[in-house]
Design a protein around this ligand. Structure first.
Ligand SMILES: [Zn+2]
Length: 434
């Protein structure tokens, strides 16, 4: 070890030098005439506001005349007129590497016909349209069989090689052997890629976490069930223990009452979907501070898509019962005070970039528009562990902000038509000015 130490020191110094050498020249000061920004914490608008941005951070926000009196004289001025300004939106459940057709064999074909290199390029496209839709940060909850392509995409975005939101990535995901996509592949095809890293037993679970962290994971994703409970509480507990030890959070796919209970008992940080959660699950989540990411927008998209299909009376009955159940879960979670964060779960070409549909879907289930916006800003930032960086318009935070025409507290659908996007002080999109 003593022999290796100088080599390590040298490589750290070289890395540091490389990082410094790549830094862009400090961005100029920017003064945004911000119309009316939404203070998501208070739930009210600031009138005649201005935002002063230095480099990639917000320096000051308040009344425009006060701020304009002391911004640097050479500051670039961006006038957003009467637009409504909000913090950049955050999607807590993306799969940017997934452009999977909605067909019964779509997932398998996607794995069989695309290289991981191609999947990464698809991810780059999805990252760009997601950012342009106003989502300046995402938590990407597993790469769906594209290996570590999400790490590559995150790093490319951070280095300015690709355009996209800030990303937290889960890499491969962890599921019980045989209990996740693809299903129905011939057992003779032993090297056929899988949608997640398949494990059996606590030591394999532990190894998978260590491996994924070693290859660049920012969080760990586990499948606690797949229609039925799969991983045991002991397996999930080891996963949580390994991840938490290194400061990473754990997101658990869980839809069944028992799967949810297993995951929450094991100490995961969020339940993804939770569609069949019972009251006991939700009370446990409230007690332990576990987030719920309900992913209801994707349900609405699939119901809409199935409108042209011929369904039997039994199928219609089952679908309606499921939809009522999901609505009950969200309302019960709200009334119990379970923390809710927004995630759209897009995984097909026609849903990528439509992340704001989730906010609409949440309000359709009775969530007030302000709470839906909080689910995609301050609550989401807390789930990411980035509450000191993003999620609200405050001094010191990244200058990640969006602007829309109209009032999202009255009509949430205006967030489906974001007209201005800024990430880290750089204008990504501005369709206000000619
Ligand atoms: Zn998902």
């Amino acid at each position: 070890m003593r022999v290796r130490a100088p080599v390590l020191v040298l490589s750290v110094l070289l890395c540091h030098f490389a990082a410094v050498a790549q830094l862009p020249i400090a961005a100029p000061s920017i003064f945004i005439k911000a119309g009316k920004p939404l203070d998501v914490t208070k739930g009210s608008y600031i009138d005649n506001a201005g935002i002063w941005i230095e480099g990639d951070r917000i320096k000051e926000i308040g009344r425009a005349p006060d701020i304009q009196s002391h911004v640097p004289k050479n500051a670039q001025v961006i006038d957003l007129g009467r637009a409504t300004v909000l913090p950049g939106l955050i999607d807590c459940h993306t799969h940017l590497m997934a452009r999977v057709p909605d067909t019964p064999d779509g997932y398998t074909l996607n794995l069989a016909t695309k290289s991981q290199a191609f999947r990464a390029l698809e991810g780059a496209f999805d990252a760009r349209i997601t950012l342009n839709a106003g989502f300046t940060a995402v938590r990407d909850v597993e790469s769906e069989g594209s290996g570590y392509a999400d790490v590559a995409l995150r790093d490319a975005i951070n280095q300015g090689l690709a355009e996209g939101p800030r990303m937290l990535v889960a890499t491969r995901g962890i599921a019980a052997v045989g209990q996740y996509e693809p299903f129905g592949v011939s057992p003779d095809l032993t090297d056929f890629p899988t949608g997640a890293q398949m494990v059996s037993g606590v030591e394999e679970a532990r190894r998978a976490v260590r491996e994924q962290i070693g290859h660049g994971a920012d969080l760990i994703k586990v499948y606690a069930d797949w229609q039925y409970p799969t991983l045991t509480v002991e397996e999930i507990r080891v996963i949580v223990e390994e991840a938490h030890r290194q400061g990473l959070k754990v997101a658990a796919h869980a839809t069944t009452p028992e799967g949810i209970r297993n995951a929450v008992t094991a100490g995961v940080d969020s339940i993804e979907h939770g569609h069949r959660a019972d009251r006991q699950d939700l009370e446990l989540m409230k007690a332990k501070g576990t987030f719920l990411v309900p992913t209801v927008g994707v349900i609405d998209a699939l119901v809409e898509k199935s409108k042209n299909e011929q369904l039997s009376p039994e199928q219609i009955k089952a679908r309606d019962a499921f939809l009522q159940g999901v609505q009950r879960v969200i309302q019960q979670a709200m009334s119990l005070g379970v923390k809710i964060a927004s995630g759209f779960d897009a995984s097909s070409p026609d849903r990528q970039g439509k992340n704001a549909n989730e906010l609409l879907a949440l309000t359709k289930r009775g969530m007030p528009p302000l709470d839906a916006i909080r689910a995609a800003t301050m609550n989401a930032a807390e789930l990411l562990g980035w509450q000191n960086r993003v999620g609200t318009l405050e001094p010191g935070k990244y200058a990640d902000l969006i602007a829309v025409e109209g009032d999202p507290l009255v009509d949430i659908t205006v967030l489906q038509h974001v007209k201005f996007v800024m990430k880290g002080g750089a204008v990504v999109k501005n369709t206000f000015s000619p």
